[in-house]
Design a protein. Structure first.
Length: 137
């Protein structure tokens, strides 16, 4: 019996990163003609590949902390065009299907930052003042 790997393989990571770079370049150039995406600056934070490299889960966000959820249908519409543009540059036997999802990492980081800066939490995180005659340490 063969043990399942704990995480993505080196190849999955490498192909995911290559797709991330290609998509970032394509989305900056905005050569596709979709009115919903015309003036948006979409960034790709991460691409997770399936083990067979046939599916790519693309974590995307919009610059300016705007919600990307309304743009996901438009990204789904342009996905075939993006795949066609990536195919010759990737050099894979099969160009992966692209599925765009909202990247919530920045929102989560902002929530954690807000919590850490609340007065009640900040009070618990700061060390108590040193008593006279003690050396801080």
């Amino acid at each position: 019996m063969r043990a399942e790997p704990a995480g993505p393989s080196q190849r999955q990571l490498r192909v995911g990163e290559e797709i991330r770079h290609l998509l970032a370049d394509l989305l900056v150039r905005t050569e596709f003609h979709d009115p919903a995406l015309a003036r948006e600056h979409i960034t790709v934070a991460e691409v997770r590949m399936s083990p067979d490299l046939k599916h790519a889960l693309v974590f995307a966000s919009v610059l300016g902390r705007k919600d990307i959820t309304p743009l996901l249908p438009a990204l789904k519409r342009v996905a075939p065009y993006l795949r066609a543009q990536m195919a010759p540059k990737l050099g894979l036997r099969v160009t992966p299907e692209l599925k765009f999802v909202a990247d919530a990492a920045l929102d989560e980081a902002s929530k954690i930052n807000e919590i850490l800066h609340r007065p009640d939490v900040e009070r618990d995180l700061t060390p108590p003042p040193a008593k006279p005659g003690e050396t801080p340490g």
